[in-house]
Design a protein around this ligand. Structure first.
Ligand SMILES: Nc1ncnc2c1ncn2[C@@H]1O[C@H](COP(=O)(O)OP(=O)(O)OP(=O)(O)O)[C@@H](O)[C@H]1O
Length: 308
């Protein structure tokens, strides 16, 4: 069996009366990118802040490389790099000065600091801006500095909270490539509320809703869960919903008004052909047939229902 990099046991937290997260369990044993997907307020930042030792959990345990974050926080934190949602940048320092400050906070050996700064600046592609004040960098480059401070002490475990938030499309692609690179040699957990982000980056996913894990598995397993299962069709002859329900593979048909129907089905490829064929046979005069994409909210609702 592979060694445990991160283990989270029965993690629950409440800020005041209500539980923000409830009974979260997982174990990470491999390098790669793990995605934590949840809508705003689902509990992502709470989990990230706890597993990085920023806030102390109400209940449960977190182990990093087998070290208890509760009992030996300094030792455990040597293995952790964290980029919070608001990068902790000191914008009046130059990139190099700031990274030196971060290396000192991380209690790195004085002789190791300069080589580590040079290595990390090269890794994230900011060597040419080493003497520039951080406040004069673009958002994308500031985010690179944020990632640099998270990995300067060579942690095995890196947590990135919404790392592409607020970036433009080009910067998003660049930061995603950088995340892929840093995940080649370590375990990365990243949180996001953007479905495409986990689909673009992650090997494994947890989805959380209202503080509970409603899905955990591989990207393929996740994609199977979120396959669209409704079609909208427009039929000029407006048949009865019962006539549509009689088509094999159609689970339900709702009249949306006018000539339009929403059809729930069990298998997209076959049912589309059957609807087209039935329309020809019955002269329903098909004008439109569209697969409906599930919104993230629908997926959360579906997965939450399945879990209950
Ligand atoms: N410091 C706090 N005090 C009280 N309640 C809090 C605090 N921080 C978060 N919460 C509550 O805990 C719940 C989970 O919040 P959390 O910030 O972890 O969610 P999130 O998934 O990270 O959302 P977002 O993407 O909006 O940051 C929410 O109901 C939130 O209002």
């Amino acid at each position: 069996m592979s060694a445990s990099i991160v283990k989270v046991e029965n993690l629950s937290h409440r800020y005041s009366v209500q539980w923000a997260i409830k009974d979260i369990n997982f174990e990470l044993t491999r390098n790669g990118i793990y995605g934590l997907l949840g809508s705003n307020g689902a509990g992502k930042s709470t989990i990230m802040n706890i597993i990085c030792g920023v806030i102390k959990q109400t209940q449960g345990e977190v182990y990093i490389q087998g070290v208890s974050l509760r009992n030996e926080p300094v030792k455990a934190k040597r293995h952790i790099g964290f980029l919070p949602q608001q990068p902790p940048l000191q914008t009046d320092l130059t990139v190099e000065e700031y990274l030196r400050h971060c290396a000192n906070i991380r209690l790195m050996k004085p002789t190791a600091v300069k080589p580590a700064i040079d290595e990390v600046m090269s890794k994230v592609g900011i060597s040419h801006f080493s003497k520039r004040l951080i406040r004069n960098l673009s958002g994308g480059y500031q985010q690179r500095v944020g990632i640099a401070q998270a990995i300067i002490h060579k942690p095995d475990f890196v947590v990135l909270d919404e790392p592409t938030n607020g970036l433009d499309p080009n910067q998003i692609l660049e930061v995603r490539n950088l995340i892929r690179e840093i995940a080649e040699e370590r375990t990365v957990v990243l949180s996001t509320h953007i479905l495409q982000e986990v689909q673009a980056l992650c090997d494994n996913i947890w989805m959380i809703n209202e503080g509970n894990v409603v899905f955990s598995g591989t990207l393929d397993e996740f994609d199977n869960q979120i396959m669209p299962n409704t079609l909208v069709v427009s039929l000029m002859a407006t048949p009865s919903p019962d006539a549509l329900k009689a088509i094999p593979g159609v689970i339900n048909a709702d009249h949306l008004g006018g000539t339009r129907f929403r059809i729930q089905f069990s298998d997209a490829t076959e049912v589309t052909e059957r609807i087209v064929a039935a329309s020809v046979t019955n002269n329903w005069r098909l004008m439109e047939i569209n697969l409906e994409k599930n919104s993230l909210d629908t997926i959360f609702a579906e997965l939450s229902k399945k879990r209950k």
